[in-house]
Design a protein around this ligand. Structure first.
Ligand SMILES: Nc1nc2c(ncn2[C@@H]2O[C@H](COP(=O)(O)OP(=O)(O)OP(=O)(O)O)[C@@H](O)[C@H]2O)c(=O)[nH]1
Ligand SMILES: [Mg+2]
Length: 596
């Protein structure tokens, strides 16, 4: 196995200025082309503006060697054959709140997340957001308490212990409960300190990372897809695109497509950290060289196997609310939607399973068009923000699940303001990036999986009618009088101007139990005739007849009755009519459908 190595990607995430870049620098031996704030703007502002990549290697631990199937090992074309290596590619993410799109992109290509915390500050707003992103996109976490040199020497250990306990408590309610927490000083003395000042705790951190990492399942099958983060030209060679392979594999001579530009190019040469390679696969960090391609056309984006990605205008996604997000997720609301590696505005429509399938097992790899779904004004959840529950009666409208029972899966239709290019089943994150970044609140609202992309621009006509999302409508009226044993006149169910003709043939239930069918309009004031195929029961007639007599005896009609409330018939004497039907949201004919 001499001369082979395996790559893992480790993200460096955290609040601005926590020392992520300093940590990546301290950890790295080999800097890749885009590490350490190389951009001139980045240097000027002293903040990281883009993902930075760098790497370091350690001998591959024995426990990983045995677990490693042969295809995971990329040949090492270095001059001297060495022990098999474990290569850590560090993905240094920006910390500034405005760059969260980039952070989300970075989080999706990593196998482990290092959350860098400034030990003198503790959890800050973006540390919390990174923790949320980590829970959605990453499997493993290591918390790094940085800048321990700033703690007074005599109290250093006590302060580290205190912050460690605090962080343990924070992690308690996350999927990273019990994750390791380690103190370091990536750049002791801060920016002015001489380069000779040695970082502290770095070898312990490398040891911890090596112990913590497990080799993620890499799958060379599937379509080739790579997230490109930098593109530049090399004189006499061509254009190099560097990035991380998200799925599939690639070999020299293969064709790749840049879907955003609809260009196909042949792979002329490939490199992994300055070493030429002939093949690479999922998880690898790679530079691909192609010819006759202007690097200015692509700064960041996806490269894929020809014709494997599609442009979509809308999508059906599975949705899960992020509990830290305050406020409801409302139908018709707009969110920033990160789909795969792109972020665009999108408008949402939420829907749940039909009530009888609330307990169905969630399905996260397909959307079932054969099922019926219930429209929701907003995402249903148990933990409702108080503002939304002022009125108990409008619970369902306000997003509270009926009797607190939540479906196990909910969905949304997202309509993008601009088409996006993405693979099937990619991660979707919805956020409110326009929220005040100083407001100390979580801007990430929900996450999910893209289950079905709508490629047709005219999806509203071509595809949506297949989406059987319905609203359940209920209307209530009263029996006004009996015509005969099989027919009654109803009122107060429709407005005067309603076209009752549309409702003819629909079933209504009398509160006395009989089934009726709307037969025709009656007069001009929204009254209607109801036919009762089974006839009125004797009890119903008893209820209906005296109350009607009483009414006609009043002589002066309803006006008189209303004035003298006491004389109104007992509510028990009212026989109500109830009409329920489904209306499918995307049915162009607006049909009203009743269950048989
Ligand atoms: N005293 C001290 N200062 C540090 C340490 N690590 C980083 N710094 C300083 O903290 C500041 C921020 O460091 P960076 O590494 O740029 O922080 P960052 O998290 O990458 O910042 P962004 O990428 O802009 O979010 C710089 O002035 C560093 O010199 C440390 O261990 N001790
Ligand atoms: Mg930085």
């Amino acid at each position: 196995m001499a001369g082979q190595r395996v790559n893992v990607n480790v993200g460096v995430l955290g609040h601005i200025d926590s020392g992520k870049t300093a940590l990546a620098r301290a950890l790295s031996t080999t800097a890749s082309t885009a590490a350490f704030d190389k951009q001139p703007q980045s240097r000027e502002r002293g903040i990281t503006l883009d993902l930075g990549f760098s790497c370091f290697s350690v001998p591959l631990p024995a426990r990983l060697r045995s677990a490693l199937p042969a295809p995971h090992l990329a040949p090492d074309a270095g001059p001297e054959p060495r022990e098999p290596q474990l290569q850590f590619t560090l993905v240094d993410c920006p910390g500034h709140a405005s760059l969260i799109r980039t952070i989300i992109g970075g989080a999706q290509i990593i196998d482990l997340m290092m959350l860098v915390i400034d030990v003198t500050k503790g959890m800050q707003t973006q540390s919390a957001e990174c923790l949320v992103i980590g829970q959605i996109a990453c499997q493993k976490l290591v918390v790094v308490l940085n800048k321990i040199d700033l703690l007074a020497e005599g109290k250093r250990q006590a302060a580290i212990d205190k912050m460690t306990k605090k962080m343990q408590k924070t992690l308690e309610s996350t999927k990273f409960r019990g994750a390791p927490i380690i103190p370091v000083a990536a750049k002791p003395g801060g920016p002015e300190a001489p380069e000779t000042e040695a970082p502290q705790g770095i070898s312990e951190l490398i040891e911890l990372l090596t112990f913590q990492i497990s080799i993620p399942t890499r799958d060379p099958s599937g379509s080739f897809l790579m997230s490109v983060d930098h593109c530049f030209s090399i004189k006499g060679q061509g254009t190099v695109m560097t990035g991380t392979i998200l799925s599939g594999s690639i070999s020299l001579g293969d064709s790749v497509e840049i879907p955003a530009l609809k260009v196909v190019k042949k792979v002329k040469s490939m490199q992994m950290f300055h070493m030429p390679v002939t093949t690479a696969m999922q998880g690898d960090r790679l530079g691909i060289c192609v010819t006759q391609f202007d690097p200015k056309l692509l700064e960041r984006g996806l490269v894929c196997a020809p014709e494997s990605l599609h442009i979509i205008h809308a999508a059906l996604i599975s949705v899960e609310k992020i509990p830290y997000f305050r406020g409801p997720l409302q139908t018709k609301a707009k969110f920033h939607i990160t789909v795969g590696h792109e972020t665009v505005m999108g408008r949402l429509m939420f829907f749940s399973p039909a009530p009888d399938s609330f307990d169905h097992e969630p399905v996260l790899d397909a959307f079932d068009f054969s099922r019926e779904y219930l429209f929701q004004e907003q995402y249903l959840c148990k933990d409702l923000a108080p503002a939304a529950t002022d009125s108990g009666q409008t619970n369902e409208k306000a997003g509270q699940a009926p009797d607190g029972h939540c479906p196990r899966q909910q969905w949304a239709l997202v309509e993008f303001e601009k088409p996006v290019t993405c693979p099937q089943l990619c991660l979707v994150i919805g956020s409110r990036l326009d929220a005040d970044i100083h407001a100390n609140m979580c801007r990430l609202a929900f996450h999910g999986v893209l289950l079905h992309g709508l490629q047709d621009k005219n999806y509203a006509e071509s595809l949506l009618p297949r989406l059987r999302v319905y609203k359940l409508k209920h209307k209530h009226g009263l029996v006004e009088r009996v015509i005969d044993d099989y027919n009654v006149i109803g009122r107060s169910l429709f407005k005067k101007e309603t076209n009752i003709q549309l409702f003819v043939g629909l079933k209504v239930y009398l509160s006395t139990g009989e089934l009726g069918v709307i037969d025709s309009a009656f007069g001009q004031s929204g009254k209607f005739k109801v036919h009762i195929p089974g006839g009125l029961s004797p009890e119903s007639k008893k209820i209906l007849m005296p109350s009607l007599k009483k009414r006609s005896r009043a002589g002066q009609g309803e006006v008189a009755e209303r004035k003298e409330g006491v004389e109104q018939p007992e509510p028990a004497h009212h026989v109500t009519l109830s009409l329920s039907f489904k209306r499918y949201v995307f049915d162009t004919h607006k049909r009203m459908v009743q269950s048989p």
